[in-house]
Design a protein around this ligand. Structure first.
Ligand SMILES: [Zn+2]
Length: 290
């Protein structure tokens, strides 16, 4: 199925059904700025596309009872989270409940061709379990800045070989469905907004510390990407003139001090030179601090 919403009203109705589950026409009408007749037209058009289906009778609010409508139960989406050292692939229904999930180690520096070969093999493995026949859409997160409209990574510091690679176009052809590509921390921020700690706020920052450091900026409910998609790419802001060397080639970057590996290195130093008995104990039992 490759149907898509034909206008902003339909897109809003789909979002309400995604976030709120099955709903009556009357309840949807309370949440959108549409006359009753216009709402009926848009809902009928969505029913024709097959994106939504009738789903039992709604509770009576006086007068004739209407059918609940919901997103088509057969819709399937593929989520792909490419990290620097691992990749997660998940299948969800239209209400974003996870139906199947795989995680594997991966080295993002092997480049997009090798990485997507692995991602597609993982997607095929999930399909083979019976959770999906095909996909209606896919969202892909990558650990670097992305030119969002085209779905293309832009000079990602920890992803050699990915600069300008048409991720969206290539994956869309392979999967046969629309694909959206974004920076992984922007997607993490959207996840927190959808079902996490940021559900009730419209302005927030979501900071991720891993191999690199990224930041999702949400302003007025929307992700702020900046003109080149790098608004939240805070890892290489210089915090210490002539400071520690960074993997990007510059000195004194935020990441050189606070990335996962920088913190582990500092922790190990504190364990070895006697500044922390607690860390020394952990180093002795685990052999490594991470
Ligand atoms: Zn740097």
């Amino acid at each position: 199925m490759t149907a898509r919403p034909a206008n902003a009203h339909q897109a809003r109705l789909l979002r309400l059904l995604r976030d709120g589950g099955p709903n009556s026409r009357a309840q949807l009408g309370d949440q959108v700025d549409l006359s009753r007749s216009k709402l009926a037209v848009e809902v009928d058009r969505l029913l024709e596309t097959g994106l939504v289906v009738a789903d039992g009778l709604a509770a009576s609010r006086g007068g004739r009872r209407s059918h609940n409508i919901r997103l088509a139960p057969g819709l399937r989406f593929l989520g792909v989270d490419i990290g620097a050292t691992s990749v997660d692939v998940a299948v969800t229904n239209a209400e974003l409940e996870i139906l199947g999930h795989l995680t594997q180690p991966l080295d993002v520096r092997e480049g997009p061709v090798a990485v997507f070969e692995q991602v597609l093999a993982m997607a095929a493995k999930l399909r083979a379990t019976g959770v999906a026949e095909g996909f209606d859409g896919s969202g892909v997160g990558v650990p670097g800045p992305v030119r969002f409209p085209e779905g293309v990574p832009v000079a990602p510091p920890i992803m050699p070989g990915w600069d300008g690679f048409p991720v969206r176009e290539v994956l869309s052809q392979e999967l046969g469905c629309p694909v959206m590509v974004d920076n992984d921390v922007n997607l993490m921020a959207m996840g927190e907004q959808h079902a996490g700690v940021a559900r009730s706020v419209r302005d927030f920052l979501c900071v991720k510390i891993g191999t690199g450091i990224g930041c999702g900026i949400v302003v007025g409910g929307d992700v702020h990407r900046g003109t080149t998609g790098s608004a939240g790419d805070i890892g290489h802001i210089r915090v210490e003139p002539d400071g520690r060397p960074c993997a990007c080639g510059n000195r004194g970057c935020l990441e050189a001090y606070f990335s996962g590996s920088a913190l582990a290195r500092d922790a190990e130093a504190a364990a070895r030179d006697g500044r922390s008995g607690e860390l020394a104990g952990r180093l002795e039992s685990a052999g490594v601090l991470s």
